[in-house]
Design a protein around this ligand. Structure first.
Ligand code: NAP
Length: 315
């Protein structure tokens, strides 16, 4: 039986792994289908403390992974497909193995929300993208649209100006949600344009040449227009990866895992950290902090359960 199984390898999961390994809990980490998670598709993290010149998301992932393995975390290339937290030891069924464990840290992150409009699915990888860092390069000197008005949309729009000839942000309201810094950078950028009060209702194109336009509807006037574009970058929020936990731990109405300040779910011994439980901050650094707390709490939980020593207060 394992002491702690960590599900996910974003900043939350790998920081939990570093802390749990240093506490000599020999953590097992299920890497999942997207090693490193969302952070790996971030071109440059300029606000992660300790890297004044910035660091790429992929490099941060590699560093965290190396650090976790150096201290003895066991990273396993497998993905959890179901869990049973209704009895102890907790059971985690992965594709290739069944794990039994005293504690669990859920750090499965989130996935980009889709628009769910006709054509979107058909052109993924052929003009529709959820990752500017991954796909921006293919739009050199082309016209692209970015859908959304939050930090991600504006940050990625700015990134896309490195390649595209023009970047049009399509937002369903008449003002951005993004922070003031990003807003003013976007407003000053000559390549960035805005279409307000509008939603994309269809993505059009052809199999051979990919996307050639979007159908837009003005939500105030209901007027429709065809907007020509070579690419559609969608940044309209995220959906937490909690499908396999929904009958096992308490979720809120948006599917996010409810936790206490100590990252504890409603099941004692099951913790959650990062985007999977945090709808507000969603930063690599806050996820890493939550991962560290989860591991320290898991250590405490095991010490309490087994009456073993713990270097601190067991309250
Ligand atoms: P977000 O803040 O939830 O913004 C999502 C945007 O998409 C909003 O503008 C929303 O419109 C729009 N939207 C949602 N559903 C839509 C739909 N079906 N059709 C059209 N538009 C839709 O998501 P995010 O930008 O990914 O940011 C998530 C969190 O990460 C935030 O807390 C953000 O601060 C943080 N973040 C921070 C940074 C940074 O600090 N550099 C970078 C990226 C993300 P409304 O505005 O009308 O709701």
């Amino acid at each position: 039986m394992e002491n702690v199984v960590i599900i996910g390898t974003g900043p939350a999961g790998l920081t939990a792994a570093i802390y749990a390994a240093r506490a000599e809990l020999s953590p097992v980490v299920l890497i999942g289908d997207q090693p490193g998670g969302q952070v790996t598709i971030t071109d440059a993290l300029e606000n992660y403390p300790g890297f004044p010149e910035g660091i790429s998301g992929y490099e941060l992932f590699q560093n965290l992974k190396n650090q976790a393995e150096k201290f003895g975390a066991k990273l396993v290339a497998d993905t959890a497909v179901s869990v049973n937290f209704k009895e102890t030891p907790f059971k985690i069924q992965a594709r290739e193995q069944l794990l039994e464990t005293k504690t669990v840290i859920i750090a499965t992150g989130s996935d980009p929300r889709k628009l769910n409009v006709p054509g979107e699915k058909d052109y993924v990888g052929n003009g529709v993208s959820y990752c500017a860092t991954c796909d921006g390069f293919f739009f050199r000197d082309k016209k692209v649209v970015v859908v959304g008005g939050g930090d991600s949309a504006v940050e990625e729009a700015l990134f896309l100006t490195r390649f595209a000839s023009s970047v049009t942000i399509i937002h369903r309201r008449d003002r951005l949600r993004a922070n003031a810094n990003l807003q003013s950078s976007a407003e000053k950028n000559e390549k960035i344009h805005f279409v307000w009060d509008s939603v994309v209702t269809e993505v059009s194109g052809s199999k051979e040449t990919g996307v050639n336009g979007v159908l837009l509807k003005n939500v105030k006037t209901e007027a429709e227009q065809v907007f020509e574009t070579d690419g559609v970058f969608v940044f309209v929020g995220h959906i937490p990866n909690t499908q396999i936990f929904k009958d096992q731990v308490e979720l809120d109405e948006s599917g996010i895992i409810k936790t206490t300040r100590r990252q504890q779910t409603n099941i004692p011994g099951v913790f959650a950290a990062g985007d999977v439980q945090d709808p507000i901050y969603r930063q690599a650094i806050t996820s890493a902090g939550a991962g560290a707390i989860s591991a320290m709490e898991a250590e405490k939980f095991i010490a309490k359960m087994e009456g073993t020593s713990y270097p601190g207060k067991l309250e």
